[in-house]
Every structure is written in structure tokens, then in C-alpha cells.
Design a protein around this ligand. Structure first.
Ligand SMILES: NC(=O)C1=CN([C@@H]2O[C@H](COP(=O)(O)OP(=O)(O)OC[C@H]3O[C@@H](n4cnc5c(N)ncnc54)[C@H](OP(=O)(O)O)[C@@H]3O)[C@@H](O)[C@H]2O)C=CC1
Ligand SMILES: CC(=O)[C@@H](O)[C@H](O)COP(=O)(O)O
Ligand SMILES: [Mn+2]
Length: 397
């Protein structure tokens, strides 16, 4: 029997790669439902090519336009609208496996809905975990859901850990497995070698021009500031129940080694591969089996040098802020994530400068870093409060 898939964020970069993996394995997977924000044209194509039973569009006008387009093209599909529609799709018991690939905090409510129906979830939406960490995994345990990492580094770490750890995400015993360190690799983004003075003049088109990966705009900017690595540091802590000292960030510009696990006996296990998200997506969909992803293996004889270096915190203050937030706790990581989302959006819209991203994030920690949300409701309240605070700071710029 085919695995039914509910794809949240179907029109994005991870969404497209997931559809490619589904298309490469038509005997194993079928698209049951899909959700997106606004992109009617892309969603219409998805309905045409994958015939999902249900689709949700966050933007209500866009949902109306999609309905009209389906009628016009004689396509049958149950179309829901708004934030509630997206949550309803995720909560649908018939929905099978959920790929969580909505960008940002907007992805958390639907992922929680999937958790509450005990779904198996391939998690790309790292912001959801950064926002809610331990509380998220409490829910996963309570409802018998299962989470598999899609973020390439976390997929790599997952693959380098023993089965006992893989089966206990959120509460695994790294020390008991003989793990000394998780080595989290990051490319360093497009500005790894640019003169520091030039960072003040960076434009959105320069920042989204990632040297290796082709991704959505928000994560591309995050990669350029290395906030992405900071969010991944926090993501790794929550996923693998790791302490701050258990995770070390290593800059690896080629993005061929996707991360490593160093054991107490001196062995280091690494996962390598061509930098293409179809590989970690296929790993998460098929686990514990493997399926074809459309990505070929590495040709070692033609590989150029693989290099590794320490991150430079002067160049990447956002990475330092994320590590500081991780030490401070859940309130700080929630606040930092919210501030970063607002700041990156403002930068992409021309409402602030590139270097303001780090200073706005620092302001969020100064103002909210000491908060201790004890419930998911308090997390959402804090997220909203920080957004208002940072939007006001942007408006004053
Ligand atoms: N791209 C990558 O290679 C990687 C991405 N990730 C993570 O995966 C997530 C997605 O990234 P990426 O695919 O690059 O992002 P994109 O910007 O390419 O795609 C974002 C997706 O989210 C949808 N979306 C946005 N807001 C809403 C909303 N309110 N309700 C429903 N859907 C919404 C968008 O719909 P629409 O376009 O229709 O508005 C789109 O389908 C992020 O959390 C990112 O950090 C992790 C590792 C690698
Ligand atoms: C592909 C993926 O997982 C991204 O999160 C990637 O890691 C971004 O590149 P950086 O290593 O530059 O952040
Ligand atoms: Mn990543």
C-alpha cells in the first residue's frame, strides 16, 4: 500500500524537492493533501500533476482564486482557506505522513495539529522547534507522534547516531551512546570571505545568493548571517537532547560533509553527499528503509578539497546571539526566532539594512531573553509580543 503524504509548504523549495521524491517513487508514495501560503499558480500545477484530495491555502483571496481555477480547469479538489484550513489539513487522520515545510513560526500550529493526531512527521521547519523545543517534544511523547529530521545537518547527525538514539529523538542519551561531540557543519554562506566593512552595503539579492544550496529567501538570508547555523544549533540541542557543550559548529564551505558525530573512542562518523535536499527528504520519508531520491552518489575522484574552519563570531554575530539564546533558555530562543523573522522580512522588503538584522536580534534578547514560557500558549504570546516590539524598532529606523 502507498504511503499517503500531507505536504505543508508544498509550493516552496522543500515542497518541490519533496514532490520530486514522491514522483520518483510512484509505487510507494501518493500526495494526499497539500498546503501553501499564497502561490495559486504553483498549487494549481501540483493539483494537476499529483491530484491531492485536499488543499489548504493560508491567504483567503488566493484560496478563492484557486477554487475558480480548479473549476475552470475541471480539476476536483477540496480547497480550504486560512490558518484554520492549514491546521485542518494537518489534523486530518487520513493524511498519513506529514512533511512540515512551511517557513517560520506560521508552521508551528499545523505541526502541533499533526503531532496531536500521532502522525509521523518529517520536520524541515526548524523555526517550530526553536520556538517550542521541550514543550514540542512533550506533546510528541504524549500523543505518540514520531519526528524525523529533514534539515540536512540533522538528517546527517541522525544517520551517524545508533538506532537507540534515532528512536528516542527529544530524549536520547548521547553520553550513553558514547558520543563526545556533535559537529554541526555550515557553509559560511555568501559572505565568508568578503571584507567586513562591505557587509553594511549587502543587498537582498546578494544575501539570497547562496554559494551551494538553492533555497527559499528567508533561510538563504539566515545562511548568510549564519543565524541558520544558530537556529540549527538550537534545533540540534532539542532533537538530540544535547547540551550547549555537546554541539560544535564547524565551517565547511563545500557542504559535502553534512555533519558528523565524534565518539569517545576517537571515531568520527560523517554523512556525505551531493548538496541536494532530496537526499535527506528521501531518508526521512523511507526511514528505516531507503528509496531512490534522484540524487546520484559522490564521485570521490573528482571531488575538490574538503576544508574546515572555525566560525568567526565578528563576521557572524547572529551565530553568537543564537548560542547565547540557547544558554539562556526557551524564552530567549523563542524571542530570537521571532525577532529574526521580523528583521529578515524587513531587510528583504528594504525596511532595514543588512547589519540591522543582528542588532534587532540582540535587542530581542536584551528585552525578552529572561522570559520563561511554561506552555505553548505562553510561547505564542511571547512570539507575538516580540514581533510587535521589533516591528516598532524597525519603524523607528
Ligand atoms: N530550502 C531548503 O533547502 C531547506 C529548508 N529548511 C527549512 O524548511 C522550511 C521551508 O523552507 P523553504 O522551502 O526554503 O522556504 P520557501 O520560502 O521556499 O517555502 C515556504 C513555504 O511555506 C509556505 N507558507 C508560507 N507561509 C505560510 C502560511 N502562513 N501557511 C501555509 N503555508 C505557508 C509557502 O507558500 P507560498 O509560497 O504559497 O506563499 C511555501 O510553500 C524553513 O523552515 C526552512 O528553514 C531546512 C533545510 C533546508
Ligand atoms: C540545506 C540545509 O540544510 C540548509 O539549512 C543549509 O544548511 C544552508 O546552508 P548553510 O550551511 O550555509 O547554513
Ligand atoms: Mn540545514
Amino acid at each position: 500500500m502507498k504511503t499517503k503524504i500531507t505536504l505543508l509548504g508544498a509550493t516552496g523549495s522543500i515542497g518541490s524537492s519533496t514532490l520530486d521524491v514522491i514522483a520518483a517513487n510512484p509505487d510507494k508514495y501518493e500526495l494526499y493533501a497539500a498546503a501553501c501560503g499564497h502561490n495559486v499558480e504553483k498549487m494549481l500545477d501540483i493539483i494537476r500533476n499529483f491530484s491531492p484530495k485536499r488543499v489548504a491555502v493560508y491567504d483567503k483571496d488566493a484560496a478563492c482564486r484557486l477554487k475558480d481555477a480548479c473549476t475552470l480547469n475541471n480539476l476536483s479538489c477540496d480547497i480550504l482557506a486560512g490558518a484554520n484550513g492549514v491546521v485542518e489539513i494537518a489534523a486530518d487522520q487520513e493524511g498519513g505522513y506529514v512533511v512540515a515545510a512551511i517557513v517560520g513560526a506560521m508552521g508551528l500550529p499545523p505541526v502541533l495539529a499533526a503531532v496531536k493526531r500521532g502522525a509521523v512527521i518529517g520536520l524541515a521547519n526548524k523555526e517550530a522547534l526553536v520556538m517550542s523545543g521541550k514543550l514540542f517534544f512533550n506533546e510528541v511523547k504524549k500523543y505518540g507522534a514520531k519526528v524525523l529530521p529533514i534539515d540536512s545537518e540533522h538528517s546527517a547527525i541522525f544517520q551517524c547516531l545508533p538506532q537507540s538514539a534515532q528512536e528516542n529523538l527529544g530524549s536520547c542519551d548521547l553520553k550513553g551512546c558514547g558520543v563526545d561531540k556533535i559537529l554541526l557543519t555550515g557553509s559560511g554562506g555568501p559572505f565568508r570571505t568578503i571584507e567586513l566593512e562591505k557587509l553594511q552595503d549587502v543587498t537582498p539579492s546578494m544575501a539570497v545568493n547562496h554559494p551551494v544550496w538553492s533555497m527559499g529567501p528567508k533561510i538563504s538570508v539566515d545562511s548568510s548571517t549564519m543565524m541558520n547555523k544558530g537556529l540549527e544549533f538550537i534545533e540540534a540541542r532539542y532533537l538530540f537532547n544535547a547540551s550547549d557543550d555537546d554541539v560544535k559548529v564547524v565551517v565547511h564551505p563545500q557542504s559535502v560533509v553534512h555533519s558528523m558525530v565524534s565518539y569517545i573512542d576517537g571515531a568520527v562518523l560523517a554523512q556525505l553527499g551531493n548538496p541536494d535536499m532530496k537526499t535527506p527528504i528521501a531518508r526521512a520519508l523511507a526511514y528505516p528503509q531507503r528509496v531512490v531520491s534522484g540524487v546520484g552518489g559522490l564521485d570521490f575522484c573528482s571531488l575538490k578539497a574538503l576544508t574546515f574552519e572555525q566560525p568567526d563570531f565578528k563576521r557572524y554575530p547572529c551565530l553568537a546571539l543564537a548560542m547565547q539564546a540557547s544558554k539562556l533558555g526557551q524564552g530567549a530562543t523563542t524571542a530570537l526566532n521571532a525577532a529574526n523573522e521580523v528583521a529578515v522580512e524587513a531587510f528583504l522588503n528594504g525596511a532595514c539594512r543588512y547589519l540591522d538584522i543582528a542588532s534587532l536580534c540582540a535587542q530581542s534578547l536584551d528585552a525578552f531573553g529572561g522570559e520563561s514560557p511554561y506552555s505553548l500558549e505562553e510561547i505564542f504570546e511571547l512570539d507575538a509580543k516580540v514581533r510587535d516590539y521589533i516591528k516598532a524598532a524597525v519603524a523607528r529606523m
